[in-house]
Design a protein around this ligand. Structure first.
Ligand code: PFF
Length: 454
């Protein structure tokens, strides 16, 4: 507790446990699952990397997801507000609210570059629908994608569309906006994903896809693979982006967290694996390379769509799915800032939504320009886009994760976390992981990144 009726009275709560699961899974399942996971798996050689990733999800990701949602639910406010309430409850410095702030800011910054890629995804619904991939050569397809990213006006326009849709949904509020959007997009996403897997099976190359995803050749793993796997586990579970904390704050006290959080973590992982199983067979069936990198979805896959039967329809479905996934994640990146402004500054959702979006839009221009007019402006060899990605995923998110583990594992009382997580062996395992394994795991990866270990 600790939340006054006046503070909670103004806040929406999810109508059901299922709604929270849809919302949190919507946040977790995004470009990370469908765009990034398959290509980093491809780049890191397949099966062994997948195992490493699953390990990171199970022993670090899911316990932290629990920690983040727990903080949100017990605090019952926006991330900064929740941390303040809990710091007070635990009798420690109110500076801990900086951890909540980090989430709000990370969400804000992340959205500014996330929406650029999301914009490409939305635009590709139309490119695929126009039949532009049909019979195209790899030069044609490369040219299409190159044309989009190198055009600052087109990229900005598509990013703006994504941001406008996101803001419109947010402004309508938790029940009228978020829940309605998730009830359409999440089932849509799952149905399309299953259709695509069905199609993948029909190519006759499904076995080769399975083989690539699960046949573990550990000699392909490097030290950096561990970093990439942990970083991606964070990103994929939306850890330390503020969204999960905020969504947790809209969750009723009667719901048992252990099962709910587990469901979200498992669903996110299953979707990433299924996305790989939908994509790689199509890639192999068309004699293409799995290790193509970031262009896997925007260049390699369209090439396959252009060669295969029903490719035009499959292509449209694929990019609709990718767009749904990206939009539900974008919503969770904007909501923390909006909830902060409405609660702390007393603004309406309309005003808060418009103001935050305007800020994000301006910042997003830097990311759009990273691929064209600013591509030669780099800092330590990184473009503006790469720098924001590196600062958030490489530093702020793991550090916030470490701080969240310390806060929930060592600073909050056992009674408090026990009350939130619920009874049983789930709690004991969680507490052990969050106190010892999670901090040590994150620190080890950090030291390695700095080069102190190896
Ligand atoms: N989990 C999202 C994805 O996999 O695409 C990205 C994300 C959303 C990260 C929200 C962080 C966040 F707070």
């Amino acid at each position: 507790g600790g939340t006054s009726a006046a503070a909670t009275g103004k806040r929406g709560l999810w109508s059901s446990r299922l709604m929270f699961i849809l919302a949190a899974t919507g946040s977790a399942v995004g470009l990370g699952n469908i765009w990034k996971f398959p290509y980093i798996t491809g780049e890191n050689g397949g099966g062994a990397f997948v195992l490493l990733y699953l390990g990171c999800i199970a022993i670090i990701g899911i316990p932290l997801l629990m920690a983040e949602i727990l903080i949100g639910r017990r605090g019952g406010r926006n991330p900064a507000g929740s941390m303040e309430v809990l710091a007070q409850e635990a009798g420690v410095s109110s500076r801990w609210k900086l951890l909540g702030w980090a989430g709000v800011i990370t969400g804000f910054v992340l959205l500014s570059f996330y929406l650029v890629v999301a914009g490409w995804a939305v635009s590709y619904i139309f490119t695929a629908g126009s039949g532009a991939f049909n019979g195209a050569t790899s030069d044609d397809i490369g040219g299409l994608f190159g044309g989009l990213v190198s055009d600052p006006v087109a990229s900005t326009a598509w990013g703006t569309i994504v941001l406008a849709i996101t803001a419109t949904i947010i402004i309508k509020g938790v029940k009228q906006g978020l829940e309605k959007a998730f009830s359409i997009m999440m089932p849509g996403l799952f149905v399309i994903l299953l259709l695509l897997v069905g199609y993948s099976v029909s190519t006759g190359y499904f076995g080769q896809g399975v083989e690539f995803m699960f046949n573990s050749d550990f000699s392909k793993l490097t030290g950096t693979s561990v970093l990439i796997a942990l970083g991606h586990a964070f990103f994929s579970l939306s850890l330390a982006g503020g969204g999960m904390m905020t969504y947790g704050s809209y969750l009723s006290k009667d719901v048992s967290l252990s099962k709910t959080v587990m469901t979200v973590g498992v669903l996110d992982t299953v979707v990433a694996l299924i996305a790989g199983l939908a994509i790689f067979p199509i890639v192999f069936a068309n004699g293409l390379e799995p290790g193509a990198g970031p262009g896997l979805i925007f260049v390699t896959l369209p090439l396959a769509f252009g060669q295969m039967p029903f490719g035009q329809i499959v292509g449209v479905l694929f990019f609709v799915m990718l767009s749904f996934a990206a939009l539900t994640s974008a919503i969770s990146l904007l909501e923390p800032a909006v909830s902060w402004m409405t609660e702390k500054r007393g603004m309406s959702r309309l005003k808060a939504g418009v103001l935050t979006s305007a800020g994000i839009w301006v910042l997003s221009l830097g990311s759009v320009f990273s691929f064209n007019i600013w591509q030669n402006y780099t800092l330590f060899g990184k473009t503006f886009f790469d720098t924001l990605d590196y600062l958030t995923s490489g530093w702020i998110m793991p550090l916030s994760g470490l701080a969240m583990a310390i806060f929930t594992g060592w600073i909050m009382t056992r009674a408090a976390t026990h009350e939130e997580v619920g009874d049983g062996w789930g709690y004991r395992i969680w507490r052990f992981l969050i106190r010892y394994i999670v901090p040590v795991g994150i620190l080890a990866v950090f030291l390695h990144a700095i080069g102190a270990l190896d």
